[in-house]
Design a protein. Structure first.
Length: 428
């Protein structure tokens, strides 16, 4: 059995720790406390009861500190793999593991994928289809770049995550507004996330036209890369930057699915991504797939649960097996049913009805495949500006994707009426 070291964790990714223990692996968790807000207190307590080794360091965004912690662990025995599902810790963990010869995603691939400007440059060098782009730091440069590329454009941090500080700009006024409100938007970000976005560089990109999809890609220790599943993504009706949920299976022809898989493999190879499970977002245009961005780690949020619901296979189990040096997959995952989830997010700053019972959401659970909600009666919430503003999720299963998606929307409408608020409208 292997000694697997996790660097931080997210709430969904605690399942990877559970799988590693169930397989008999030794598990160590390196943590800093900076990302404790990602897990509810009950989950922190559950992890403490697992009996795994916990190593505390000052900052898991420091490759030097992670390397020192790994060296201390190696003094007591082998360390076989280093992995994380948390983006701010992913690159430093890969750098530290690479220096020590421990199995992990290659640092070069992590760095190329994390920096969206480097990603685009790598695609250009490889001759892969991409979109027009420019890296900027000032309002004036952003306006010049957008004028050259042609409106609408998307403006996003080169090192961004969760669609934070990202703007769909239809006119120069939108770009002016983006830069004018940066300080205000940074203030509401959680600790760790705000630090991750401290760099003032942004990338301006041409808008690719077509439906948004994401693809999970497994990189095996053998060197093979296996497309696992395509997910159709839901976005905000008025702001396509907002991610509003997902549906599996993606309604694509076999030819389009093959093209998306081949493109994702080529993108991963161009970036230098090797071992791991990677989350690749792309637009299916009438000219073929075009990259949105690459997250050099497993999908976050509710997507792994959606995949598990639709296939019966937990992506976090695959993540552990891949880092253990196994080859657990050789082809696309089987899709055994249609599953769809939609997020509960506010369309405007608002206050929820105060006369609801504290357990108001429980009445909806029997009608869902799964889901959850953190909204409290009488509490105030801000309008959705990015993934960090998701307050809940509802997931439905049905014989067809249309039925599953429609059931999600019907339930979401009932929830909005119950709360007395307006939720973000979405498109499939």
């Amino acid at each position: 059995m292997a000694h697997m070291v996790f660097v931080e964790t997210t709430r969904p990714a605690t399942r990877a720790i559970d799988h590693a223990l169930a397989m008999g692996h030794e598990v160590t968790l390196i943590r800093s406390g900076r990302f404790d807000w990602l897990l509810p207190p009950a989950e922190h307590e559950r992890i403490r009861t697992l009996g795994i080794r916990r190593v505390e360091i000052a900052d898991t965004r420091s490759d030097t500190l992670i390397e020192a912690a790994l060296r201390d662990l190696m003094a007591g025995g082998p360390v076989d793999a280093v992995l994380t599902a948390l983006q701010p810790a992913a690159t430093p963990a890969a750098i530290a593991a690479g220096r020590l010869g421990i199995r992990a995603t290659a640092a070069r691939g992590m760095i190329n994928a994390r920096d969206k400007a480097l990603t685009r440059a790598a695609l250009d060098r490889a001759g892969l289809p991409s979109v027009a782009h420019a890296t900027v730091r000032t309002l004036e440069d952003a306006l010049d770049a957008a004028a050259r590329i042609g409106y609408p454009v998307i403006v996003k941090p080169v090192n961004g995550l969760g669609k934070a500080l990202t703007t769909w700009a239809k006119t120069p006024d939108d770009i002016h507004r983006h830069f004018a409100t940066l300080a205000e938007r940074r203030e509401v970000l959680q600790t760790g996330l705000a630090d991750e976005l401290a760099d003032a560089a942004f990338i301006i990109e041409e808008i690719a036209r077509g439906p948004l999809h994401s693809l999970e890609l497994a990189g095996l220790a053998s060197g093979a890369k296996v497309p696992l599943i395509l997910v159709r993504r839901k976005t905000g009706r008025d702001d396509p930057v907002l991610e509003m949920g997902s549906t599996v299976p993606a309604p694509l022809s076999a030819e389009d699915r093959r093209a998306a898989g081949d493109y994702a493999v080529a993108v991963a190879e161009a970036l230098g991504l090797d071992i791991g499970i990677f989350h690749i977002e792309l637009i299916m245009t009438d000219r073929g797939p075009r990259l949105v961005e690459v997250n050099p780690r497993i999908a976050g949020g509710a997507i792994p649960d959606l995949i598990r619901t639709a296939t019966g296979i937990d992506p976090f189990e695959l993540l552990v097996r891949v880092h253990a040096g196994e080859s657990p997959v050789s082809d696309w995952l089987p899709e055994t049913c249609a599953a769809s989830h939609s997020f509960i997010t506010m369309a405007e700053d608002c206050t929820v009805r105060a006369d609801l019972a504290p357990d108001w959401f429980e009445a909806f659970r029997p009608r869902m495949a799964s889901g959850g909600c953190d909204i409290r009666p009488g509490a105030s919430y801000r309008r959705m500006d990015g993934n960090q503003d998701v307050l809940g999720v509802v997931r439905m299963v049905a014989p067809t994707i249309g039925e599953a998606a429609a059931a999600c929307e019907a339930l979401r409408a009932e929830i909005a009426e119950t709360l007395g608020v307006k939720l973000v409208e979405l498109v499939e």
